[in-house]
Design a protein around this ligand. Sequence first.
Ligand SMILES: [Zn+2]
Length: 64
Amino acid sequence: MKYLIDTTQKLIHRSSFVRDSCAFHTTSLESRESTHSELYVQKLIDEEQYKKCERCYSTIYKRD
Ligand SMILES: [Zn+2]
């Protein structure tokens, strides 16, 4: 699973489920990060107050 990180809005998107309503495409390039590390994502949530994007995460979980 690849994650897309919006560092301005502090949102974590899941790349397979990201959709227009996530508005990730409107995020400036400097505010984007991507990672495959679930640990890194969890650290952002625990330590940096990042949130999981409700739109991508509401989709039924599928394994890559
Ligand atoms: Zn999203």
